[in-house]
Write a protein that binds this ligand. Structure first.
Ligand SMILES: Nc1ncnc2c1ncn2[C@@H]1O[C@H](COP(=O)(O)OP(=O)(O)OP(=O)(O)O)[C@@H](O)[C@H]1O
Ligand SMILES: [Mg+2]
Length: 489
């Protein structure tokens, strides 16, 4: 039996929770100060209001005015929300003599707070309740045993009242009060750490437990944006058992298409590998433009060079970028990898493919994208996920890979990703008769044939020109070729 779900209204979270929270249950939202507990809780309560589910926000640390001010930046208005103010300095309702008699003197101080919580919930009958934060309630109890009793009683009461509840908690307190985690139906942990390499705050969410349901495990990147919290679920893509026969699209440069057995097929991924400045982006862009001329929609994600710089160069080379740009068949998106989360890129790509019908996707370059991996795993793992997704969707994927060495020892990539791809195109510089020349070769093509030749190529006005095979030279891939039969002096 699958349990009913309550959508959270927090983009990405329902996918992580396999549909949402389970109603009439209690969840802990655990995180250090500034991790986003209050924002997440309020976003969920406000979503409830939109669905006609009355909400109650019980604030124990900040007065309601502060809470309202802190979320006004998101354009949120808390007016429809019931707020119970139990923040310090707030005078509590007068006690009756009876209550003083029930509790021993050590508990007298706390009685009004707990009682006010029970009374308010009974009176308002909310469907969604937040207590922010339960850490403050801990300070009202004299010892752990008493606190545990109070919390277990509260959780039982809330669930009987058919409330779905978020209790916010500080991680340290939770470590000391493990019984609270046991009593809760789920624990969501918010993380905010300064990255050592990029020196920015990296936010993420993990589900530690979700009673009665499976969930997406792992660390899901989280952003606090101008609209509130958004999550980028770390979802592992599964490859399909069979791929349909692909369609082949040309580069639109005759000799290059000869070399590549006619072009690149749908459902495949190609690495264009080479040193800085050799022409990787231009070669990829050439393919994207031809694809656009064939009515395909293409997108280029650039991590290093700006879109403007790529377009300026393309115009100087006479590549016809205007028409596809204006028609929307070509889009360039510059993403700063210093601020990117790996799963966020896949989120963008999914939107481009499923939302905008993009069928040709280029990432330029993997080195830039590799910067986004910090604390989120390996480049190969994330790239495999992207490639699996795009191949299964029938896209043609181009990955630009920069290699450090201009000449010398041959390496296809320094990132260990070539096993992932179907096609490998290598661009090299070589020294020849006192000149630096460019050389291109196809080293691997999974579907169909290719010509295993090394060819000279040039980039100039008119775009890419491919020369004749360098058949009289050997050692071209070392960068310092020699004539096979040295000409006699
Ligand atoms: N408009 C915004 N854009 C981006 N980040 C924001 C915005 N507004 C607030 N933040 C970030 O949200 C964080 C505060 O979130 P929140 O108040 O929900 O944390 P909390 O976990 O409740 O903290 P505490 O335990 O101190 O109550 C801050 O780090 C702040 O930088
Ligand atoms: Mg808070």
């Amino acid at each position: 039996m699958t349990l009913p779900r309550m959508p959270t209204g927090i983009p990405g979270l329902d996918e992580i929770l396999h549909g949402g929270l389970i109603p009439d249950s209690t969840y802990l939202i655990v995180g250090c100060t500034g991790a986003g507990k209050t924002i997440l809780s309020l976003q969920w309560l406000l979503d409830g209001l939109r669905r006609g589910e009355p909400g109650l926000f019980i604030t124990l640390a900040e007065p309601p005015e502060t809470v309202a001010r802190n979320v006004s930046g998101f354009g949120w208005n808390l007016e429809g929300l019931a707020i119970l103010d139990l923040s310090p300095g707030q005078s509590l309702p007068a006690e009756t003599g009876d209550e003083y008699r029930i509790f021993p003197p050590s508990e007298v101080e706390q009685t009004p707070t707990w009682q006010t919580i029970y009374d308010t919930i009974t009176r308002l009958q909310p469907r969604r309740v937040v207590i922010d934060s339960v850490t403050q309630l801990r300070y009202l109890s004299t010892d752990e045993y008493q606190f545990r009793k109070h919390i277990l009683h509260l959780v039982n009461f809330l669930n009987r009242q058919r409330c779905t509840t978020l209790l916010t908690f500080e991680p340290l307190v939770l470590q000391q009060e493990t019984s609270v985690a046991l009593a809760a139906d789920g624990v969501l942990q918010l993380h905010a750490e300064i990255s050592a390499g990029r020196v920015i705050t990296l936010r993420s969410l993990s589900v530690e437990k979700l009673r009665g349901s499976d969930f997406l495990s792992g660390r899901h990147p989280m952003r606090i944006t101008g609209d509130g919290i958004r999550l980028f679920p770390h979802r592992i893509e599964t490859p399909p058992d069979t791929l349909p026969n692909g369609e082949r699209l040309p580069f639109g440069v005759a000799q290059l298409d000869d070399l590549m057995g006619g072009g690149l097929e749908t459902h495949t991924t190609t690495i264009i590998s080479g040193p800085s400045g050799v022409g990787k982006t231009t070669l990829g862009l050439q393919f994207l433009l031809t694809a656009a001329q064939h009515g395909k929609r293409a997108i280029l994600y650039t991590f290093e060079e700006s879109s403007a710089s790529i377009l300026t160069r393309a115009r100087q080379l006479g590549l016809p970028v205007e028409a596809p740009l204006n028609a929307g068949n070509l889009q360039l998106v510059h993403i700063n990898p210093l601020q990117l989360y790996p799963d966020e890129l896949l989120h963008h790509i999914r939107r481009a493919v499923e939302g905008e019908g993009r069928q040709v996707v280029m990432l330029d370059s993997l080195r830039g994208y590799a910067l986004a991996m910090e604390q989120f795993g390996l480049l190969t793992a994330h790239l495999q996920n992207i490639v699996t997704y795009l191949n299964s969707r029938g896209a043609i994927t181009l990955l630009v890979n920069e290699i450090e060495h201009l000449t010398g020892e041959l390496r296809i990539t320094e990132l260990g990703v070539s096993y992932l791809v179907d096609n490998l195109l290598l661009l090299r510089f070589a020294e020849y008769s006192g000149q630096v020349i460019r050389v291109i070769a196809c080293l691997k093509k999974r579907l169909g044939s290719f010509q295993p030749e090394l060819r000279r190529f040039d980039i100039g006005a008119g775009g890419i020109q491919i020369g004749e095979p360098l058949s009289t030279l050997r050692g071209v891939l070392t960068g310092v070729p020699e004539h096979e039969n040295p000409p006699h002096a």
